[in-house]
Design a binder for this molecule. Sequence first.
Ligand code: PSU
Ligand code: MN
Length: 306
Amino acid sequence: MTNIPLLHSAEVAAAKTAGRPIVALESTIITHGMPYPQNLEVARQVEDDLRGEGVTPATIAVMNGTLHIGLEPHQLEALAQAKSVAKLSRADIAACMATGGTGATTVSATMIAAHLAGISVFATGGIGGVHRGAESSFDVSADLLELAQTPVTVVAAGAKAILDVAKTLEVLETQGVPVITLGQDSFPAFWSAASTFKSPLRMDNADDIAAAHQMRVDLGLPGGQLVANPIPSQDEIPAAELAPIIATAQADAEQHGIKGKAVTPYLLQRIYELTEGRSLTANIALVRNNARLAGAIAQALSANAR
Ligand code: PSU
Ligand code: MN
């Protein structure tokens, strides 16, 4: 590891030394997923939620070429306000670090960093997936292929309805990624607790999810698990209500020629405008809910390691 410019925050370093549970958090949700200042408030809130459970948060980002495992409060603040920060996936994290750049990590890059730092559990909002129209655009998120090769359990609220959920589930199955929904049979749809799709797997508690993670490690299987955690019902936006809004956002993206990496942030922003901020309120609730579950999984894993 000597050649890797990598820095742990003080609290992450202390937690590692003491063998306390740690949960990784991504930073693209801060820079590209939510507007300032709510992004900073949410990032702090999620970190505090984890601390309240006795779990150490490790928000991951690249700053001036250094891979940070855990951000100090002033770094989090700077990142939340930074303009034109790169959005890093597996494809560009090394180039960013090698050239002294600054970038926020998506799910794929955060998984790579978490694994490098020995962190097994990661909480986010939603993962990237197969976009609608992928049969012509080929827009399939690197997140799906990362789940197939990096042994980190990722807690998300399912796949956003801006994606082609059926194709996303197919790719995950092909890639050998376990998709485990907590406490219900339906695969959740991010802002909505249920979708019309059945979850490939279902578990009802964090201990079972931790045991499944450990079993994959013991079997020598590469790759992680996707844990789909439904948004609490009081916070959801029903799928029927969202459908026309998503269709409008998608049409707008097409009309403006939005492509590649810009697609997901554009759609999130447009849906935020079209729902007059309700999508953000739901997003905040589900991220906090995911952090709670990730904390419980990390605790179960570290209890079993003792
Ligand atoms: N979904 C959200 N908010 C986000 C993202 C997804 O609700 O901020 C971010 C995550 O960082 C995810 C990335 O890894 O978008 C996927 O981008 P793409 O679709 O370009 O692969
Ligand atoms: Mn994409």
